[in-house]
Design a protein around this ligand. Structure first.
Ligand SMILES: Cc1cc2nc3c(=O)[nH]c(=O)nc-3n(C[C@H](O)[C@H](O)[C@H](O)COP(=O)(O)O)c2cc1C
Length: 200
């Protein structure tokens, strides 16, 4: 089957992260974002795509900060309340029945109940007419101890990360399972040495 070119997330499962921000007036905002990716190992940058008409983007431009909250499947019911085009003066923590988790390096709070939090400072905005690519510098990355195994490996059975694929008419929520395969980074290099690990 040939799909329409815009159906990229139909063949590419994406995380459903929640980005929390605060407006310059102090109103707390939450929105689900799936068009998100880290920028290369071992940099501390993360990038997401935002449509122009987003309170999230406006708040980040005003305050220069945001938290990327990684949630488990138990957050599925919080997706639609926070994804609705709520008026900017609505506190979306109250609206969605979510509690804030104070941040350590920025004023914008995270969301209690998630399994990981990236406190970010705006590094750079790549602005187009109708959307922007927002690049943040991760200042602090916290993860719940119980979702990590040895080697800082995210245990998918414990974390159950909330993910989605898009179909013709909507979003299908899912999570990950492991193949139990493992390869050290070093196996990508002919020398058998991972330059990132050895230099970093
Ligand atoms: C699962 C999911 C993923 C989304 N991902 C994005 C995204 O990556 N970029 C974006 O601009 N909007 C995305 N949206 C839409 C925003 O969450 C939605 O427009 C929201 O109302 C924005 O809130 P805000 O105006 O408070 O920022 C997504 C919505 C859902 C349900």
């Amino acid at each position: 089957m040939i799909l329409k070119p815009f159906m990229r997330e139909g063949v590419m499962p994406l995380p459903v992260s929640f980005i929390s921000t605060v407006s310059k007036e102090g109103v707390r905002n939450i929105a689900p974002y799936s068009c998100i990716m880290p920028v290369l190992r071992p940099l501390d940058l993360i990038c997401f795509a935002s449509a122009e008409k987003r309170d999230t983007l406006k708040n980040i431009r005003e305050t220069g900060e945001f938290v990327i909250n990684l949630a488990g499947v138990d957050f599925e019911e919080k997706v639609i309340p926070t994804a609705r085009a709520n008026a900017p003066e609505i506190d979306e923590y109250d609206l969605a029945g979510l509690e804030e988790k104070p941040s350590h390096t920025i004023k914008a709070p995270g969301i209690m109940g998630c399994y990981a939090w990236m406190e970010c400072r705006l590094e750079k905005e790549f602005k187009e007419e109708r959307y922007s690519l927002v690049m943040g510098k991760v200042l602090r990355l916290e993860v719940k101890d119980e979702v990590l195994d040895h080697d800082h490996h995210l245990n998918p059975f414990v974390a159950n990360p909330l993910m989605m694929t898009g179909s013709k008419n909507g979003m299908h929520f899912c999570t990950i399972r492991e193949t139990n395969g493992f390869e050290p980074f070093a196996s990508m290099f002919p020398t058998g040495v991972d330059p990132v690990t050895t230099t970093g």
